[in-house]
Design a protein around this ligand. Sequence first.
Ligand code: DAT
Ligand code: MG
Length: 166
Amino acid sequence: LREHYCIIASNKHLESTTMERTYIMIKPDGVQRGLIAEILGRFERKGLKLVGLKSVVPSQETAEAHYEVHNERPFYPGLIKFVTSGPVVCMAWSGKDAITVARTLIGSTNGREASPGTIRGDFGMDMGFNMIHGSDAAETAAFELGLWFPEGLMEWDQTITAWVYE
Ligand code: DAT
Ligand code: MG
């Protein structure tokens, strides 16, 4: 039985190597509106694991690097001004398919079109003021996590994991 248990335990360990990490950020409007705990709680209750958390006022350089893919778009200058205007909450969450799971919790970009039950669908009415950012792919997640958390992320065993994943 003990050997059997070890096989299950090591399979679980193997499976954990397919876990993803994603960069999530509560933007200045989410902070100003007092939605930090509400938003953070949704990720926490979902079963994702918090592996990075801090609050900063983003520098111009970090904001520009973060939104570089949009630098030709007409809304880019306003977006940079907005995201550097005050504190944001930087988070790293880990879990199976964490990138997609987080995007589903967040909802579509425009709050008026986002589904009820999503963060943007429940609290948002606009495109720019949509409260939260979530990485959209594995490559962008790796880039954004390195950009916002150059100090690295937390490694820890969460005891509830055994009750979150079968
Ligand atoms: P998302 O944040 O859903 O990944 P995105 O990557 O296309 O959306 O755009 C990044 C942010 O830029 C978005 O959260 C809000 C802003 N934005 C996007 N399109 C916009 C537009 N047409 N007008 C104003 N702001 C826009
Ligand atoms: Mg995006």
